[in-house]
Write a protein that binds this ligand. Structure first.
Ligand code: PGA
Length: 255
């Protein structure tokens, strides 16, 4: 049985004061009972990570600390970048990589994403590896070829055990931040195809244990229907994770 993972991707929102307030508020709303049923990770901006870590540690909250991005090298002349080594040192457990905003706005290629997946795992953290198609690709009937191509490229060189322990987030680009969500049937169909592709690449055991999230305008009004699908093991939540009340509702309904 795969434990669902509900992840809050705050993107470039909430300074470190706002981050502390949001996590403290969330702590009142989502407690041990829910966290038995679902893992919850919080992905604040880099400048907030240390503050959020301190709240999680001192209040012994059961949330996992997450990051939104990292470089694939351990150190060096990469102005503005953040090393996976530093994230591991802060107790970060999950790192998003290959998010469509990084791919589209910051030029991340499949090759870079592949190196990031490897670097994140090498330092003992779990990648949340994102894949997804544009609206044009969907309308042209290329959803599966695009998404499964990204899955194969991102996972090349990973062992079956490494593949089985990561998280893949299916995020149709046209559904991100637009209020449009894939229907639960469409989302299920693509998530199932991802699992079949993982079986092909890494074997049945890896396909059984890999967690596949859906992302793209997830809210408290649609999470229950999405999480009920057999191949959807959680959600990567952007806008709706910024508000503690709404994110708490999503965590409860997704657990
Ligand atoms: P959204 O973002 O929930 O605001 O659509 C999801 C994401 O980009 O991870």
């Amino acid at each position: 049985m795969r434990k669902p993972l509900i992840s809050g991707n705050w993107k470039m929102n909430h300074n470190h004061f706002e981050a502390i307030q949001t996590v403290q508020k969330l702590a009142y709303l989502v407690g041990k009972d829910e966290l038995e049923l679902a893992d919850v990770s919080i992905h604040p901006p880099f400048t907030d990570i240390r503050s959020v870590q301190t709240v999680i540690d001192s209040d012994k909250l059961g949330y996992a600390l997450g990051a939104q991005h990292c470089h694939f090298e351990d150190k060096g002349a990469f102005t503005g970048e953040v090393s996976p080594v530093f994230l591991a040192k802060l107790g970060v457990q999950y790192v998003i990589c290959g998010h469509s905003e990084r791919r589209e706005l910051f030029g991340e290629t499949d090759e870079m994403v592949n190196k990031k997946v490897a670097a994140i795992q090498q330092h003992g953290m779990t990648p949340i590896f994102c894949v997804g198609e544009t609206l044009d690709e969907r309308e042209a009937g290329h959803t599966e070829s695009k998404v499964l191509g990204q899955v194969r490229a991102g996972l090349a060189g990973r062992s079956p055990q490494q593949v089985g322990s990561l998280v893949i987030a299916y995020e149709p680009i046209w559904a991100i931040g637009t209020g449009r969500t894939a229907t639960s049937d469409d989302a299920q169909q693509v998530c199932a195809a991802i699992r079949v592709c993982v079986a092909d690449l890494a074997g049945a055991q890896a396909a059984e244990s890999v967690r596949v999230q859906y992302g793209g305008s997830v809210k408290s009004s649609n999470i229950a229907e999405l999480i009920a699908q057999p191949d959807i093991d959680g959600a990567l939540v952007g806008g709706a994770s910024l508000d503690a009340d709404e994110f708490a509702r999503i965590c409860k309904l997704g657990a």
